[in-house]
Design a binder for this molecule. Sequence first.
Ligand code: SF4
Ligand code: F3S
Ligand code: FES
Length: 234
Amino acid sequence: MQVTLKIFRYNPETDKKPHYETYKVEAEPTDRVLDLLEKVKGEQDGTLTFRRSCAHGVCGSDAMRINGMNRLACKVLVKDLGTDHITIEPLLGLPTVKDLVVDMEPFFEHYRSVKPFFINNDPPPQKERLQSPEERARFDDTTKCILCAACTTSCPSFWLDGQYVGPAAIVNAHRFIFDSRDQGAEERLKILADQFGVFRCHTIFNCTLACPREIQITKAIGEVRKAIATGRLD
Ligand code: SF4
Ligand code: F3S
Ligand code: FES
């Protein structure tokens, strides 16, 4: 089949403003959108710029807007889109570096702000820090994040001014807040209770719909809000 790709193009060094370029490529219905981008870059226009690494839905580097929805280009098959016209644009809410590449630094700044690492000041035990299967299950869902930013950049509260800490940061805080071995819940909940924290979420659910790992993000945000409101982690 022949597919028409309409791709957002912008080189801040030479372009006054962004524009779209159209490319026609031969494709199989089982090709991924990433395969089509590679084809354009390899056969038609070497200046097309996008990020990718693993090509298997693991590294999170190729999140972009595909026909209006945030997705990983390596996980979307042409046949899944149900059309031979595909519009590809960079994520919203982050500055465009070039074409489909956005500056992820504001996203990672929010991520770092919630202390997304294990905090425990007790002396390390002889062996591992034990945890029951039930305790491990409590935060299993939020361990699956690959930091692709598809959630945060689909959230209207984040688009507003970029100050909202965003769903990805909350997911990664949740992963440690509800870990029975961790002792940093109190400081993380304090950070997330501030004016740019969890209460900026208006339960819009775009984040949950966008997550390629199918993490129940809105539920996790609700659990963090509840922990702030009640002071309990149950
Ligand atoms: Fe990506 Fe999902 Fe993690 Fe958000 S929660 S950064 S959408 S993997
Ligand atoms: Fe935004 Fe998700 Fe809340 S889209 S408003 S973080 S439910
Ligand atoms: Fe790694 Fe798509 S290239 S997730």
